[in-house]
Design a protein around this ligand. Structure first.
Ligand SMILES: C[S@@+](CC[C@H](N)C(=O)[O-])C[C@H]1O[C@@H](n2cnc3c(N)ncnc32)[C@H](O)[C@@H]1O
Length: 207
């Protein structure tokens, strides 16, 4: 299929998509909001005091959702791309994998976090296996970071794409967390290999 046919199909699907329509009505920046909402409804993750970092936050619907729930806690979001300001959300533009940015995140909170969420994904190349590998590496990096920053009963939530790297992600998650769930929200398109890993209760805790 040529590029213009692909993008016409994409536009047609967006118009039909109930989550796209709903996000517009409620003023959310992306249909992705309904993924984190469903994850939270199922796993009961956030409360009004939560300290949360949102990795790969642009255009910002997950942070908009967090802000509605977290009234007394702290939210920091980071992305390579700029986002329109969200009151009460501290935004950092840059590469999460850069150690200097990870240090800035640690300094901002000044104490251990309740939740690390990551919706980071690389720009798709069209090669599904390569996309899965590259986004999977971001998931592993986020998990390594979460291991150092989370409270003992903290949550780690991250997007990944099913592929040859999934096994490695799940193995590392099992080493780090006592409870692991793999979950595909209804808002995640059925034809996509997207899934979310949810880890809870660190196995080892560094003060
Ligand atoms: C699917 S979008 C996130 C959507 C977001 N959760 C929302 O609700 O609006 C994935 C984002 O990951 C970001 N990203 C990819 N690699 C990153 C990195 N190394 N550091 C920070 N952000 C990254 C991309 O720039 C992109 O905006």
């Amino acid at each position: 299929m040529n590029k213009s046919r692909i993008s016409k199909n994409w536009i047609r699907k967006q118009h039909k998509d109930v989550f796209v329509r709903k996000s517009k009505v409620f003023g959310y920046r992306s249909r992705a909001i309904y993924k984190i909402e469903e994850i939270n409804n199922k796993f009961r993750i956030f409360n009004n005091n939560s300290f949360v970092v949102d990795l790969g936050a642009a255009p910002g619907s997950w942070s908009q959702y967090l802000k509605k729930i977290i009234t007394k806690g702290k939210i920091l979001s980071i992305d390579l791309k700029e986002i329109e300001k969200i009151d009460g959300v501290h935004f950092l533009q840059g590469d999460f994998t850069d150690i200097k940015n990870q240090e800035k995140i640690r300094e901002y909170f000044g104490k251990k976090l309740d939740v690390v969420i990551s919706d980071m994904a690389v720009n798709t190349t069209g090669n599904k296996e390569l996309d899965s590998m590259l986004t999977g590496e971001l998931c592993i990096e986020a998990m390594n970071f979460a291991k150092k920053l989370l409270k003992p009963n903290g949550f780690f939530i991250s997007k990944f794409f099913m592929g040859s790297i999934s096994k490695e992600i799940i193995t590392i998650a099992k080493k780090n967390f006592q409870v692991i769930n793999i979950f595909k929200p209804k808002a995640s398109r059925s034809y996509s290999k997207e899934n979310f890993i949810i880890g809870k209760f660190l196995k080892k805790y560094d003060k």
